[in-house]
Write a protein that binds this ligand. Structure first.
Ligand code: CMX
Ligand code: CO
Length: 177
C-alpha cells in the first residue's frame, strides 16, 4: 500500500509511525502525508487561479526585452497606476500574467523595495471570485491586511493586499476581475 493511503488522517493516532512517511530513522519526525489535503470541511476554496506574479524591476524596458528575447513572452497590457506610484507591463502566460513592476516616483513603495532588496519577486496575485468575501475571510482568520476594503487595481480589477507578516512573508494581492 502506498504511504498516502496507509493511514486515516482523522485518526487520533498513537501509532503514527505505522502510517507516516519516514526514512526508518526513529529520531526523524513523522510526516503526515495527508496534512493540508482538503480535510477542512468548513473553509471553501476561495482562490480560482494565479492571477499574476509581480516582479519589481529598475528598468521596465530592459525587463520586457529580456522576457521577449528569452521566452518569446510579449506585453499584453501596460498601465501606469499613479495612485500606487507604479508602472506595470503584463505578459500573459496561459490564463495568468507576469507583472513587471517599476516605480514612477521616488516615494513609491516599489522604489523603497528596490532600494532595500533589489529587483526580484515582489508579490503574488491570487484570483478570487469576490475580493470582499476573500478579504473578510482573511480577517476572520486573524490575518493582518494592508487594504481594509477592496480598491481598484490595474486593468479594471478590484484588489486588496494582505500584510506579509501574517502570510508567511509573502505579500499577497487578492484580485477580482
Ligand atoms: N514583500 C514582503 N514584504 C513587503 C513587501 C514585499 N514585496 N512590500 C512591503 N512589504 C512589507 C513592508 O516592509 C512593511 O512591513 P512592516 O509593516 O513590518 O514595516 C509592510 O509590508 C507594509 O508595507 P508598506 O509599503 O509600508 O505598506 P503600504 O500600506 O504603504 O503599501 C502596498 C502596501 C502593498 C500597497 C505597497 O507596498 C505596494 O506594493 N504597492 C504597489 C501596489 C501595486 O503593485 N500596484 C499595481 C496595481 C495593482 C495590481 O493590479 O497589481
Ligand atoms: Co499585483
Amino acid at each position: 500500500m502506498s504511504p498516502v493511503t496507509a493511514r486515516n488522517p482523522h485518526e487520533d493516532s498513537q501509532d503514527k509511525k505505522g502510517g507516516g512517511q519516514t526514512s526508518g530513522d526513529p529520531d526523524e519526525p513523522v510526516v503526515d502525508p495527508m496534512e493540508g489535503m482538503g480535510d477542512s470541511a468548513d473553509t471553501p476554496m476561495l482562490l480560482t487561479e494565479i492571477d499574476h506574479i509581480a516582479i519589481a524591476v529598475d528598468d521596465l524596458g530592459d525587463a520586457i526585452d529580456y522576457y521577449r528575447e528569452t521566452f518569446g513572452a510579449v506585453v499584453d497590457h501596460r498601465e501606469v497606476v499613479e495612485s500606487d506610484g507604479v508602472e506595470e507591463a503584463l505578459l500573459k502566460v496561459a490564463e495568468s500574467y507576469i507583472q513587471l513592476l517599476t516605480p514612477t516616483r521616488d516615494d513609491s513603495p516599489v522604489a523603497k523595495y528596490l532600494e532595500k532588496k533589489g529587483p526580484g519577486l515582489h508579490h503574488i496575485g491570487y484570483r478570487v471570485a469576490d475580493c470582499a468575501v476573500a478579504l473578510e475571510a482573511v480577517k476572520a482568520q486573524g490575518g493582518r491586511v494592508l487594504d481594509e476594503k477592496p480598491r481598484p487595481g490595474s486593468r479594471g480589477t478590484t484588489v486588496a493586499f494582505i500584510h506579509p507578516k501574517t502570510a508567511f512573508g509573502t505579500l499577497i494581492e487578492l484580485v477580482q476581475e
